[in-house]
Design a protein around this ligand. Structure first.
Ligand SMILES: [Mg+2]
Length: 222
């Protein structure tokens, strides 16, 4: 992986990328999204589930669909759905060590909120590895994989795309990164939605385990 020696911008998605889906943390958020829809749109739990999934697929995030179709208050939604127990996430000192060794800037690029990202990285013990978090508010509520937030991210941090790599579990979010000239690394998983748009061509690396993958990079570039 010597070809990654010029990388100076290490960009990471948050959920199901910096921690594995086996923690089920995101499922808890999903359930709260359903409850929020139930309570605020006055629908049954089955209808809420359907609305959540439909908006997620049509608008990139459930929140985006709720804002467009029901003028839902974004802050209220984000506050509600992230009211979860983060203690199920374990400290990951090995991950922290590997991220620390990577040369250059480390940035989180998430469709979630800053507060959620901060809680996650604190719990994982990797909060000192990241001083830049680009969240859904910074993205003006336009989610990945739409190109606008990528442009905003790039200009905000003056990112040289040729010397950057993006790690993500949702394959289609890497398509935009690839189009913009970034290297891409897909966190392999079996989720149908995450695999959508995966044709291999826009994915430069497949990652089974983030820790070991970063370790391999560090071994070959340092
Ligand atoms: Mg993710």
């Amino acid at each position: 992986m010597k070809e990654l020696k010029n990388i100076r911008y290490w960009i990471f998605d948050l959920d199901n990328t910096l921690y594995p889906p086996t923690t089920n943390l995101f499922d808890k958020i999903d359930r709260l999204m359903c409850r929020f829809i139930e309570e605020n749109l006055n629908v049954t739990s089955q209808e809420a589930l359907k609305i959540k999934d439909t908006y997620f697929h049509q608008h990139g995030t459930t929140l985006n669909g709720l804002m467009k179709n029901h003028k839902v208050d974004a802050e209220k939604f984000l506050e509600f759905v992230h009211d979860i127990d983060y203690s199920i996430l374990q400290k990951d000192s090995k991950l922290s060590e590997e991220i620390a060794k990577l040369p250059g800037e480390k940035i989180i690029f998430t469709n979630g909120s800053r507060k959620h990202a901060q809680k996650v990285i604190q719990q994982l013990g990797i909060e000192n590895n990241f001083d830049k978090i680009f969240d859904i508010v910074d993205s003006k509520f336009i989610p990945k994989p739409q190109i606008d937030p990528y442009h905003d991210l790039i200009s905000t941090y003056d990112i040289d795309t040729k010397n950057s790599i993006f790690f993500e579990d949702i394959a289609k979010n890497l398509l935009t990164a690839h189009e913009l000239g970034m290297k891409t690394a897909w966190i392999e998983n079996d989720d149908d939605y995450c695999k959508q748009g995966y044709d291999g061509k826009h994915i430069h690396y497949r990652v089974k385990n983030l820790r070991s993958f970063l370790n391999q990079i560090n071994e070959s570039i340092n």
